[in-house]
Design a protein around this ligand. Sequence first.
Ligand SMILES: Cc1cc2nc3c(=O)[nH]c(=O)nc-3n(C[C@H](O)[C@H](O)[C@H](O)COP(=O)(O)OP(=O)(O)OC[C@H]3O[C@@H](n4cnc5c(N)ncnc54)[C@H](O)[C@@H]3O)c2cc1C
Length: 435
Amino acid sequence: MKMNSQIDGPKVAIVGAGIAGLYCATILKSEGINVTIYDKEKEVGGRMRTSEIDGFLVDHGFHVMQTAYDEASSFIDFDALGCKSFKPGAKVIDVSDNKIRTRLMVDPWRSPIRGLLSSFNGLLSFRDQLRIASLRRRVMRGPLDGLFDGNDGTTHDYLRVRKLSDDAINRFFLPLFSGIFLESELRTSERLFRFIFRMMAKGKMVLPKNGIRAAPLAMAEKIGLDNIRLGVEIDRIENQALRFRGEAHRFDLVIKAFAEPSEGNGRDVWTVNFDAPASPIRSKHIMLNSNLHENDSIVCHVAVPSDIQPSYAPVGRSLVTATVVGDRATKMGYDSDEVIEKEVRKDLGTWFGDGTVSTWQTLCIQHISNALPETNSGQRLTNVPRNGIDPIVCGDHMLHGSVEGAFLSGKAAASSALARLNGNDTVVKGPQKKV
Ligand SMILES: Cc1cc2nc3c(=O)[nH]c(=O)nc-3n(C[C@H](O)[C@H](O)[C@H](O)COP(=O)(O)OP(=O)(O)OC[C@H]3O[C@@H](n4cnc5c(N)ncnc54)[C@H](O)[C@@H]3O)c2cc1C
């Protein structure tokens, strides 16, 4: 049953203004529920935030949105956010035999001519390229849910089963998927690999004009900023009450939209952001490190967000973002900003020339802990629980660490909340309007 007016409607509190909490609130509001969101931070977005530093837009860790996500893209209006896309495929840098080579890996289904040319670029054997093509066909087939059925080994084992060579795994899949899963062993569930690979093959990786924060900000505006209380840390959450600033506050229902640090959001990542006079990549691709597995280099990938969205940098400057996956840094014993910056500059100096990199100013070094939930093989990634326990919980940790995982869990929590408030088993279709 839809409530008639939000003033008379049930009062629901959501703790957490990340996209899971915001999406849950959007659905409940569209059903006439009186929603209040609380967040301990002073801005909305949770892990999808952007800082403005010396005229640059710096996202909290390199972050993109995928246009192929079903739930997220049924709601987010990428055009309204002024999104622009990276080119499909990647540049791959290879340092061996005292030579530095950069090769373009393109998706032959999207760029047939360049795909044909890149087949002969020497990075992967023809046999590996055929196997990647067959893998692509396989993950594109059938319903999306089917990707989460069947075997549930690690990504690494799955690539071996699909007969990819060590070279293809280490030099292409490792740097690409380490940067996505934020772990450098490819131990993440093969189910999540299949899902992400399909999303990459089907859609585009985009950046909004005003930074990655633009999506949660648009959601917050739609919910109404009056319904969002920022800078409020909740000390205790119960089914129908919140405790903060020494007082208890009662609601008809409370939803917890975050994970406790102890719940296994264990992956971390370092990002070093540079102010450069010019882009070192000169094409709208991400650049992968094909030597990540074999020497002491630590940069997983480099991107130049201002090549995609000029608004990320002042006129005449470029924003260069280098990503180091946390477990790789830990393995090498690097645990401070100073050491990470020094090692990143060493890698980038080898790739682009010490003279070039010495002209870059470091804008900021970010170390993001609790960046993604563990999604190792053997963990549940679908069928978000109906939240029979109190209080209702949502967040990407309930499903899988991605924008889509957060959206789907927010929707499931809204569905559970409506079922409890209405005393029935309401099925939520989700809001129809895009933000
Ligand atoms: C560096 C990085 C790169 C990423 N890149 C991608 C990508 O390219 N593509 C993709 O799909 N996904 C990516 N992700 C994952 C994606 O950002 C997350 O899956 C998603 O943002 C999670 O949203 P959430 O609402 O579940 O949690 P969160 O965003 O963590 O929100 C939880 C909120 O709860 C608040 N909170 C916690 N405790 C309290 C308390 N006691 N009181 C009040 N408030 C509280 C927090 O402040 C936070 O705002 C990336 C993540 C990171 C960190």
